[in-house]
Design a protein around this ligand. Structure first.
Ligand SMILES: [Zn+2]
Length: 290
């Protein structure tokens, strides 16, 4: 997990540009609880983020990440309310988000994930993982203290059990690892299904009534265009790779070196570091169908 956090930090420091440009890596990695709308928070530490919902009857938290992050999140929640954490939701199955939930289980939280996460947990056991008590298929709502947290599922995209979340009719969507704002993410698109990822981003763009996103990495909140920018980046990348392959001009890895995207995307964090691997990933997507 530390290695993943380091990789992410490297990706984020590769190219300074707005809106990160006034933030140091230390500030990006710092612990903070940011209120996004009444009762809705993003807790961040060490480059990892979790969603927190505080109600008069208890708390909903997501993504314990590891014991250290979970303990820091629990302490930050205690500064806002005396209520217990009643639900812990795993946004998806990846190991940089789901371990460390025991502190919430010990106070009686019900642990929830999409049903598709469970086979991943069973296939690769992790002693720091609290297995889900309940699973969902998508479309369900967690109701607590007069608030409703809707759990949406869009099929395969980043993994196959990712839940996008929205509190009541808040204008903020929790899109977890689908988008790190203004960043290209990791170049080799680990556990992304490129075609279905693009489909998912378009389906989210088409949802009514939202204007901001929050996620598992990066700044606490960003305008909706940050999601659209990631969609445009993936589209441009896929189109450029497909066109280069169709041209027949490039032999072997020369194709990866030939891919260069328009300036809007070159200004995204991590572009220089990741574009070659991103091109290779998409070449395999078109060449092998995955
Ligand atoms: Zn992930």
């Amino acid at each position: 997990m530390k290695r993943l956090a380091l990789l992410w930090l490297l990706a984020c420091t590769a190219q300074a540009q707005s809106p990160y440009e006034n933030l140091t890596p230390e500030q990006i990695m710092a612990r903070s609880m940011t209120e996004l709308s009444p009762g809705l928070y993003s807790f961040g530490s060490f480059g990892e983020r979790s969603l927190v919902v505080i109600t008069p009857d208890g708390v909903i938290a997501t993504d314990p990440t590891n014991a250290e992050h979970a303990a820091a999140m629990r302490a930050a929640i205690a500064e806002l309310t005396d209520q217990p954490v009643r639900y812990l939701v795993y946004s998806h199955q990846h190991w940089d988000h789901v371990p460390g939930g025991q502190i919430f289980k010990d106070e009686g939280a019900t642990v929830i994930s999409h049903a598709n996460c469970v086979p991943h947990f069973q296939a690769r056991p992790n002693s720091e993982l609290v297995m889900p008590d309940d699973t969902v298929q998508g479309g369900e709502r967690i109701e607590l203290g007069g608030r409703q947290l809707t759990l949406m599922y869009f099929g395969r995209n980043h993994g196959d059990c990712l839940l996008v979340m929205q509190l009541d009719n808040s204008d903020v969507l929790f899109v977890n690892d689908l988008v790190t704002p203004y960043s290209v993410g990791l170049g080799f698109f680990p556990d992304y299904y490129p075609g279905e990822y693009l489909r998912t981003l378009k389906e989210i763009e088409a949802l009514p009534g939202w204007s901001r996103i929050t996620g598992n990495h990066g700044i606490p909140v960003a305008p909706r265009d940050a999601l659209s920018q990631r969609r445009r980046y993936v589209e441009a990348l896929m189109q450029a790779v497909e066109a280069a392959m169709d041209s027949g001009e490039y032999q072997g890895e020369a194709l990866y070196d030939a891919i260069e995207l328009p300036e809007e995307f070159r200004n995204m964090r991590g572009y220089d570091r990741h574009i070659r691997r991103a091109a290779e990933r998409m070449a395999y997507y078109y060449g092998m169908g995955w």
